[in-house]
Ligand binder design. Structure first.
Ligand code: AMP
Length: 424
C-alpha cells in the first residue's frame, strides 16, 4: 500500500510495533490509518467511513495495541480476573477470526492477551481462554452476550469499544444485542465506530454511542475503491451460469468470488460450474463452521477457483489480491454492491468487478449507480447477447393476468356448457 507518503514511526507508534509492521511488510500507513491513528492514540472517539480492504483493522488495532502496551496491564489482569480492556465487536465469525489473526500478528512480542469468541465453536475453550480476562477480545455480539450473561467476562471496566462493520451489524439485526452490550459497558470509554456505508440507522446508532467523535473517511462515502474496474454484462436468466463459466475459462480467472442472492442459488451454481469443469464451492449460512472454513481455505490455497457466497456469508472474508468479484445476482441493497466489490482491488491492488445483469434487475443497477453517482459501463458479450423478448419479472404479472383471464373465459364457457347440460 502506498497511499500516503508518511511512515508508521511518524505516527508515534511504539517502536516495537513499528518493527513488527516492517516485518509484516507494512511500509506506510493507508489513508484511514494515517487519519484515524493519531485521534485514537489521543483517546478520542472516532467515526470512520472505511470498507474492508482499506486497512481498517490496523487503523483501530495498532493504536489500541499501542495504548495497551503503554499502560502495562498483565499484572492487573491476573489480579482482577475477568476484565476485558478492549472489546471489538464484529458481525460475522469469519470477520472475527480474521480481525483476531491480524491483531495477533500486529501484537507479536507485545505480551498482550488477545482472545476471539464467536458462535459455532466451543464455549468451554473460549471460557478457558478468558479465565484471566483479556487485553483485547474480538467477538460477535451473540457469543459476547453468552459470556457476559454467564459471567465469564466483566465489561464494567472496558476502556475501548470498537464497532467494526457497524452497517452490516445493523443489517444483520444485531441492534438489540448491541444495545444490551452497551448497557454492560462503562459510559466513560473510548468508542471507535467503523462502517463502510452510512444509512440513517447507522448514523442514529453512531450519534447515540459516540461522544464528540472525530470523523474520518478512507474513501469518499459510499464509493468503491478506485482500483476496481467495473463492468456490467446484460444476459438472459437461463444463460447466466454458462456465461460465468465462459468468463472464468476464457479470461483464465484463477480466483473469483461470486455473489448469489440465495443460499439455494449458491449451491445450484456450484453444481452448474462443476458440470463445466470449474472447481467451485459455496459458503453460506446453511453450512457448518467447518465446511465454511474448508471452502475458504480451499479457495485461498487455489484448490477451487470459484467461491460462491451470499452477502451474509461473504462478509468480512479477507482474501488478498483477489482478482475478480462477480455479481451473479445483483444485490437488493445498493450498499451491498459496495461491500461485495470491496473484496477486490484491496490493499492497493487492481481488481475487477463483473455484474451479470438480467433485464428485470435493471432497477437494482439504477439504485447502485445513483448511490455511487456514476454510470457503470455495460457491454454485450458476443454469443451471450440478451434476447429482446426475455421474460422479465415485471412482465410476468401481466402474463399471469392474461393467463388467468383466459382461464376465467374457459371456466365461464364450461359453466355455460354445464348449465346447458343441466337444463337438457
Ligand atoms: P483490512 O481493510 O483491515 O481488511 O485490511 C486489508 C489488507 O491490507 C489486510 O490483508 C492487511 O494485512 C493489509 N494491510 C493493512 N494495512 C496495511 C499497510 N499499511 N500496508 C500494507 N498492507 C496493509
Amino acid at each position: 500500500m502506498s497511499e500516503s507518503p508518511i511512515s508508521f514511526s511518524k505516527l508515534n507508534l511504539n517502536q516495537q510495533l513499528v518493527e513488527t509492521l516492517a516485518r509484516l511488510g507494512f511500509e506506510q500507513p493507508t489513508t484511514i490509518q494515517e487519519k484515524a491513528i493519531p485521534h485514537i492514540l489521543e483517546g478520542k472517539d472516532v467515526l470512520a467511513g472505511a470498507q474492508t480492504g482499506t486497512g481498517k483493522t490496523a487503523a483501530f488495532g495498532l493504536p489500541i495495541i499501542h495504548n495497551l502496551m503503554m499502560d502495562a496491564s498483565a499484572e492487573d489482569r491476573e489480579a482482577s480476573g475477568k476484565w476485558i480492556r478492549s472489546l471489538i465487536l464484529v458481525p460475522t465469525r469469519e470477520l472475527a477470526q480474521q480481525v483476531f489473526d491480524s491483531l495477533v500478528s500486529y501484537s507479536e512480542d507485545c505480551n498482550l492477551h488477545v482472545v476471539v469468541a464467536y458462535g459455532g465453536t466451543s464455549l468451554n475453550v473460549q471460557r478457558s481462554n478468558l479465565r484471566n480476562g483479556a487485553d483485547i477480545l474480538v467477538a460477535t455480539p451473540g457469543r459476547l452476550l453468552d459470556h457476559a450473561y454467564t459471567k465469564t467476562i466483566d465489561l464494567r471496566r472496558t476502556e475501548t469499544l470498537v464497532l467494526d462493520e457497524a452497517d452490516r451489524m445493523l443489517d444483520m439485526g444485531f441492534l438489540p444485542d448491541i444495545q444490551r452490550i452497551l448497557k454492560k459497558l462503562p459510559a466513560k470509554r473510548q468508542t471507535l465506530f467503523f462502517s463502510a456505508t452510512f444509512h440513517d440507522r447507522v448514523k442514529k446508532l453512531a450519534y447515540q454511542i459516540l461522544t464528540d467523535p472525530e470523523e474520518e473517511q478512507a474513501t469518499p462515502s459510499n464509493s468503491t475503491a478506485s482500483t476496481v474496474t467495473q463492468i456490467v454484462y446484460p444476459v438472459d436468466r437461463k444463460r447466466k451460469s454458462e456465461l460465468l463459466a465462459y468468463l472464468i475459462g476464457s479470461r483464465n480467472w484463477q480466483q473469483v468470488l461470486v455473489f448469489t442472492k440465495t443460499k439455494q442459488g449458491s449451491d445450484a451454481l456450484v453444481k452448474e460450474l462443476k458440470l463445466d469443469g470449474i472447481k467451485a464451492a459455496s459458503i453460506n449460512g446453511d453450512k457448518s463452521q467447518g465446511a465454511r472454513q474448508k471452502a475458504l481455505d480451499d479457495f485461498k490455497s487455489g484448490k477451487i477457483r470459484a467461491l460462491i457466497a451470499t452477502d451474509v456469508a461473504a462478509r468480512g472474508i479477507d482474501i488478498q489480491e483477489l482478482e475478480c468479484v462477480v455479481n451473479f445476482d445483483m444485490p437488493y441493497k445498493a450498499e451491498d454492491y459496495v461491500h461485495r466489490i470491496g473484496r477486490t482491488g484491496r490493499a492497493g491492488n487492481t481488481g475487477l468487478a463483473v455484474s451479470l445483469l438480467m433485464r428485470d434487475e435493471e432497477y437494482l443497477l439504477k439504485a447502485i449507480e445513483s448511490l455511487l453517482d456514476e454510470r457503470l459501463p455495460q457491454e454485450w458479450l458476443q454469443g451471450f447477447e440478451p434476447s429482446l423478448i426475455e421474460e422479465s419479472e415485471s412482465e410476468r404479472p401481466r402474463k399471469r393476468q392474461k393467463r388467468s383471464a383466459e382461464k376465467q373465459k374457459m371456466k365461464s364457457k364450461l359453466n355455460i356448457h354445464r348449465n346447458r347440460g343441466k337444463r337438457s
